[in-house]
Design a protein around this ligand. Structure first.
Ligand SMILES: Nc1nc2c(ncn2[C@@H]2O[C@H](COP(=O)(O)OP(=O)(O)OP(=O)(O)O)[C@@H](O)[C@H]2O)c(=O)[nH]1
Ligand SMILES: [Mg+2]
Length: 377
């Protein structure tokens, strides 16, 4: 059985599209006084500059819904918090109503999954009315139990932030965490720059608070923690490598190596979803042809496999005409790691998405793939 790169790349693109279509939507309510840095926070945590794309659609008097096509995320942005007790009560009721409506829909895509309440650390104190409000919203939320996270924004003074965090924690509020962040680096005149921090912690807290059905979505939409993306992508690779090893358990004749391909495509789709990039067919073609198959030749055909085997320490003789379970796993793992490696380069801005289908991208993939094979003892 032979399979050409073009067809397999198309299958991969279809698998990716299917996975993206099936992602559940993550719904977050963001509240806090005006100017605390909500928009800056949202744009630093999520891809596609959600908070800049227009004003959103009003859903209640003090709440608008921000969505963007192609991003499985909905942010309910509340307004008018600074306008006094009456409006704060209205906001509280609107939040409770939105939570109830979401629950009534009985659909994970409509449920509110999390509340971020933002307080500006630079303001140096927490208003008693804010603590009171948090207490009241917690009470409203007693049965619904939507996780509430307090985000201390603009925490360029880490000492102040820790002090504030301590004060809040001592209030025994029904909140799951208080997370100090500096969403964007901050220049302090004459003193230099305070680098951004804390957003990765916020992602970690979200990972712990949200159900498994939202984990792919969270990674897909967040841009604040490369580490989180990589961990989830590496788990997908480990699963696929195990599956491929299972498929090769009965020593896989070279000619049947294509059997592993659906497993590998699933893995590529997972990694793509986790990184949230718009990956084209030419990128997948470049990935496949620079690793497990060459241009016009077959993917995982006999020659290719023989060449790969030469690189794997202890893979055994090619003369047997078959690859072992372990080798099938190793090839799959190396393919996955190589793909994660180039996704990381794009994430960090060391390479553009377009670069990936050029010789520069192919070289990088080939190098990563070979390195992983050699490491696989
Ligand atoms: N350097 C730096 N500036 C920040 C940060 N967060 C907020 N700011 C600044 O604080 C100001 C207000 O931030 P926004 O993100 O617009 O605040 P907001 O809460 O969305 O404000 P409204 O939408 O007007 O209620 C802007 O000038 C931001 O540049 C941050 O983490 N770092
Ligand atoms: Mg704003």
């Amino acid at each position: 059985m032979t399979a050409d790169v073009n067809k397999i790349a198309q299958d991969a693109i279809n698998a990716i599209a299917e996975r993206i279509k099936n992602l559940n939507r993550l719904n977050i309510i963001v509240a806090g006084k005006t100017g605390v840095g909500e928009s800056t926070l949202i744009n630093a945590v999520f891809r596609d500059k959600m908070a800049e794309t227009g004003i959103g659609r009003p859903v209640t008097d003090h709440m608008r819904k921000i969505t963007k096509k192609g991003v499985p995320l909905c942010i309910y942005d509340t307004r008018g918090f600074e306008l006094g007790k009456e409006v704060q009560n209205d906001v509280k009721r609107e939040i409770a109503d939105t939570i109830s409506r979401g629950l009534a829909a009985n659909d994970i895509n409509e449920a509110v999954h999390c509340i971020w309440y933002c307080i500006n650390t630079a303001s140096n104190r927490i208003e008693p009315e804010e603590i009171q409000w948090l207490r009241e919203i917690s009470r409203e939320n007693e049965l619904t139990q939507v996780p509430i996270i307090v985000v201390l924004t603009q925490s360029f003074s880490e000492a102040n932030a820790q002090e504030m965090r301590k004060t809040l924690m001592e209030e025994n509020l029904d909140i799951i965490q208080v997370v100090p962040v500096l969403a964007e680096s901050y220049e302090i005149k004459g003193l230099g720059t305070a680098p951004a921090y804390g957003l990765d912690v916020l992602i970690q807290v979200m990972e712990e608070a949200l159900p498994e059905e939202l984990m792919d979505t969270l990674q897909n939409v967040q841009i604040a923690s490369l580490k989180s993306k990589k961990l989830r992508a590496q788990a997908a690779v480990a699963t696929a490598a195990l599956a491929a090893a299972g498929e090769g358990a009965a020593p896989l004749p070279f000619a049947d190596c294509a059997m592993m391909i659906p497993t590998q495509l699933g893995m590529i789709a997972s990694i793509t979803v986790i990184f949230g990039f718009n990956v084209s067919k030419s990128i997948i073609t470049a990935l496949l042809s620079s690793t497990i198959g060459s241009g016009g030749a077959t993917v995982l055909g006999k020659t290719v496999v023989s060449n790969i085997l030469k690189l794997i320490p202890g893979a055994g003789s090619v003369l047997g005409g078959a690859i072992s379970a372990g080798t099938a796993g190793v090839i799959t793992a190396a393919l996955g790691e190589a793909y994660i490696g180039v996704m990381e380069l794009v994430f960090k801005g060391d390479m553009s998405l377009d670069d990936l289908s050029t010789s520069k991208g192919r070289e990088a993939m080939k190098k990563l793939f070979r390195r992983k094979l050699k490491e696989s003892e």
